[in-house]
Design a protein around this ligand. Structure first.
Ligand SMILES: Cc1ncc(COP(=O)(O)O)c(C=O)c1O
Length: 324
């Protein structure tokens, strides 16, 4: 898959994480020096690290149960529209806001590599700038991208890092090869083992984002050369169909399950989802379904510290069967 060809005419640059791409996006549109960046309050806390790293401050808008945006407070230099779980966010409210406020529109499509909206437009290319996190859908050690859709856009892309990511990618490649030969869900079993060990030690099943992640973006900006290479060998139509087919299968298993409400009840043409997202009180059903499809069940997101204490119920019960 060649992101430059796929996302043309956007100017595409590769980064280790989508957050580093976002820092570059914010700097390039002058959202620095204390300028306000508007984010949804339903978002993973790590994203605040990118806003802080650019020298900007964040403000929030809220979203409803269906993750549709509410009122957008005035005064932001840049606003982030999030395509949750690879489903297209409505762009009109954001475009109206940006026209009225002279703000820059950044489309966060970290979840929806290859996903399109009902008009066939690739998510991430519908604003002034967009971000992708390829590592969330493909088995890569790292990998994010910046899509700059403004005419004449130019960014310095850091040269890929030949040393980064080798260990993780190597292990994942070996496991994938065993899975292909044996048909056994080795990676899912390894993940479950690590989580069980963490629980047994009295720790949360997944490592939680720390306060530090709200203040900075970890690691180097450069994507690893091994991730770039794997990305170039990934087959885009195959990957899109893999995630669409999993969505249909997992949704069929979850539809009507007790205590589970699907957030999206249909898969629009062109949507390439990150996973199946639901409101649910417990993980039990999701874990069983995820196991059946060799996927992972998780809660999402780790909310920002200034949102979590007063977050509405529909922010706290979102769970995901993740297709990575
Ligand atoms: C909506 C959204 N945007 C951006 C990011 C950041 O992606 P990355 O981890 O590649 O920096 C995340 C990470 O979880 C996310 O959920």
């Amino acid at each position: 898959m060649d992101l430059r060809a796929l996302y043309a005419p956007a100017h595409v640059t590769h980064w280790s994480l989508a957050r580093h791409a976002l820092v570059e996006a914010l700097r390039s549109c002058g959202a620095t020096g204390g300028a306000t960046v508007l984010l949804p309050s339903f978002v993973c806390r790590d994203l605040l690290g990118a806003v802080a790293a650019a020298g900007a401050r964040h403000a929030y808008y809220d979203v409803d149960e269906r993750l549709q945006p509410g009122d957008l407070p005035a005064g932001a230099r840049a606003v982030l529209a999030v395509d949750y779980f690879g489903f297209a966010a409505p762009m009109e409210p954001f475009r109206d806001y940006c026209r009225a406020q002279g703000a820059v529109l950044i489309e966060d499509n970290a979840h929806g590599l290859l996903s399109r909206d009902a008009d066939g437009a690739l998510l991430g290319t519908r604003g002034d700038l967009g971000i992708l996190s390829m590592r969330k859908s493909l088995r890569l050690a790292d990998g994010g991208a910046l899509l700059d859709c403004r005419p004449g856009a130019a960014h310095d892309e850091p040269a890929c890092d030949p040393d980064a990511g080798q260990g993780g990618a190597g292990i994942r490649a070996a496991v994938a090869s065993v899975e292909r030969r044996t048909g056994l869900p080795v990676m899912a079993a390894m993940r479950a083992g690590v989580r069980a060990a963490r629980r047994a030690a009295g720790r949360p099943a997944l490592p939680s984002s720390g306060d530090e992640d709200e203040r900075r973006v970890p690691g180097d900006t450069a994507i690893s050369c091994s991730s770039l290479d794997r990305l170039s060998r990934a087959d885009a139509p195959h990957e899109a169909e893999r995630r669409r087919e999993l969505w249909r299968e997992v949704t069929a298993d979850l539809d009507g399950a007790r205590g589970v409400r699907l957030i999206h009840d249909r898969l629009p043409d062109g949507s390439v989802p990150y996973g199946v997202a639901v409101h649910a009180d417990s993980d039990d059903v999701l874990r069983a379904v995820a196991r059946r499809h060799r996927a992972t069940a998780m809660t999402w997101p780790a909310l920002p510290a200034d949102v979590a204490p007063t977050a509405p119920a529909h922010y706290r019960d979102v769970r995901l069967v993740n297709f990575l």
